[in-house]
Each structure stands twice: as C-alpha cells, then as structure tokens.
Design a protein around this ligand. Structure first.
Ligand code: SAM
Length: 322
C-alpha cells in the first residue's frame, strides 16, 4: 500500500501523457504552448508498467491528463491499458473537449468511465476570451454525446473574479443537466502570480451561498478527488468545490502525479519531479518500480506552501496536469 509518513494513503494516480495543449487559457498558457518540440513523452509500454506498479500498491483510480491528452493519437490505447490493469476500477480523463463528440465513443469503448471537461464559462464570448477558442457550442455538443454514451461527466470551471454571472449561469444549467460541476479556485503558479492576485476568489464564499440555498454536503469516497461536493433535490446536477487554500486541504490528500516525461510529483506544488523513468522500462521488474515509489513517498511534505506564495517548481499546470 502506498502510505506516507503522515498515514495518508494514495488510491488515486493522475497520469499526464503530454504537456502539449492547443488552448490558450488565460491562467495557464495565455501565449499558447511554448515547450520543446522534441520532448519525449511516456510510451505505451512505460505507461503499462507504471499502471501495473501503482495498482499493485493499491491505486484504484487513474486520471489521464495533460496538457491536452486528446492530442495523443494513441489515447484510446492508453485508456484501454488503464482499464485492463488489474486493480484499476476507475479510468477518468480530463480534457478541454476539443473534438469530443467525434472521439467519445472510441474512448468509451476503450474503457473510460469518467470524463472531466473544462468549461469556465457558459457565455460563448467569455469562453472564447478565456481559452482563445470560439468552440463552446461544439464542446457542449461533445458533453451531450458523452452523457448519451453513459459516461459519468464532470465539468471543471476555474472560479474567477471578473465573471459576475459564472455561478448563476451554471446553477441555472445544473437544474436540468446531470453533471457534477467543480469550481476550482485559481491557484498561483510560477508563470502567473499577477493573474492569481487579480482573479482569486475563495470557494468558501460559494459554499456559504450554496448552503444558504439548501444545498447539502455529499459523503466523500476514499478514491474521491479533492472536491467538497454538494447536492440539491431541485437540481439534476451537483456542485463540487476545490479549495486548495482552505485549512486542512492537504490532510485528506490521496493522490500522486506522474508527469508526461516520467517524473513522480509528490505534490502539485513540490519543487520538482523525481525521475522514475528508468524504473518504468518494461525490462525492469515492476517490483523495482514499486520499491522506488514506496521509498520516494517518505519525502512527501505534510502540506503545500501556497499560502506563503511558494508555488514550488510548477510554472503552470499544463506541465503536470492540474
Ligand atoms: N487540457 C485539459 C483540460 O483543459 O482540462 C487537462 C489539463 S488542465 C491543466 C487541467 C485542469 O487544470 C483544467 O480544468 C484547468 O482549468 C485547470 N487549471 C489550469 N491552471 C489552473 C490554475 N492556475 N488554477 C486552477 N486551475 C487550473
């Protein structure tokens, strides 16, 4: 079992398969992807080896992320490798929704159970100015297609100052849309300290508004993500709040991250990744990777230091997938 010095257990792996992204979100890659074109991202055999090792150590859920994972041509094979790994019960994917409608059936057939689509605004003009893409209607069609395929869908929206209708418009939409909307507080990253200062709003203010309007807290599962979730009898959808600046956020941490170039990140905001790629090679026994992961986990810090403005080595979240 993957357990750290604080007794936290890790059931959930977030696996980045590329750091390339085709969107230009204002809080992440406002100037578009600037990475090296010759990056060598994890191969399918390396991914299989990694998933086998994590599952042997108790990991039950894998989230495939990026960059934009939909840009990998072999994404269906990656999903299928995750779904076929003994011990992995949930295969989730986070995407910007680009060309989702035409791709979701194949991802579903490969074994995808959960999909997170990032939509920060339901206003097409606002969506365009945040992401650099005028594609909101297309992405909403993709989301409908995912629901029709029977995939459990969540929508990620970064909670931002300057979008006065954000909460009201999503609430209206959730009355009839059976998805979980997760508001994520803007997190400070090395590239964007000014954006954080100008746009961060605490999720606690939204929580108070929800509770006052009759929303009720949902019990958290052990492989659940970081969100506090709420439901309301009059709404088909649910709301989750991801509040990394709240007290005790890190005490329930149950997730680890592998970057697209094979580095273990013990925290989204640690100083850097720990290279485990040599142990991901198919000719190396999986138990050696398990031993390496178990040993490195001893160094996991009790908490991130975001409150003190220390963002670690994370320049932006496309590098390790948010
Ligand atoms: N390309 C995929 C997508 O758009 O969902 C996956 C990668 S993206 C980095 C994962 C999530 O991180 C998205 O929901 C995005 O909105 C969120 N994100 C990126 N930068 C963030 C920041 N500084 N604060 C909060 N959330 C952020």
């Amino acid at each position: 079992m993957l357990e750290d010095a604080m007794g936290r257990r890790f059931y959930y792996l977030r696996l980045s398969v590329t750091d390339v992204c085709n969107f230009r979100c204002t809080y992440c890659l406002p100037d578009g992807y600037q990475g090296k074109p010759d990056q060598s991202f994890l191969t399918l055999p390396e991914i299989r080896q990694t998933l086998t090792a994590f599952a042997a150590l108790g990991t039950e859920k894998v989230r495939i992320t990026g960059g934009e994972p939909g840009l990998r041509r072999d994404l269906p094979e990656i999903i299928s490798a995750a779904a076929q790994t003994p011990g992995i019960r949930t295969v989730a994917l986070t995407t910007n929704g680009y060309r989702l409608a035409e791709r979701i059936a194949r991802w579903r057939q490969a074994g995808l159970n959960q999909l997170n689509v990032s939509i920060d605004s339901l206003n097409p003009a606002e969506f365009h100015s945040i992401t650099g893409h005028n594609r909101l209607p297309e992405i909403l069609r993709g989301l409908e297609a995912a629901l029709a395929e029977g995939v459990s869908v969540k929508v990620n929206a970064v909670l931002m100052r300057g979008l006065p209708d954000q909460l009201a418009s999503f609430l209206d939409w959730l009355k009839t849309t059976p998805v979980t909307l997760r508001f994520i507080e803007v997190m400070e990253t090395g590239d964007h300290p000014a954006f954080f200062r100008e746009h961060h709003i605490s999720g606690q203010t939204v929580k108070q508004q929800l509770l006052a309007a009759g929303w009720q807290a949902v019990q958290r599962r052990r492989d659940a993500g970081p969100a506090e979730e709420f439901w309301h009898p009059d709404y088909q959808g649910r709301i989750g709040l991801i509040m990394p600046y709240s007290q005790d956020f890190c005490s329930s941490c149950n997730r680890l991250r592998i970057s697209s170039t094979g580095k273990l990140h013990l925290c989204l905001f640690s100083d850097g990744g720990l290279d485990v790629r040599p142990w991901m090679q198919p000719h190396v026994a999986t138990t050696e990777l398990q031993d390496k992961l178990t040993a490195l986990l001893r160094h996991k810090a009790p908490s991130h230091l975001l409150h003190e403005g220390q963002t670690g080595g994370t320049q932006n979240l496309s590098i390790i997938g948010g």
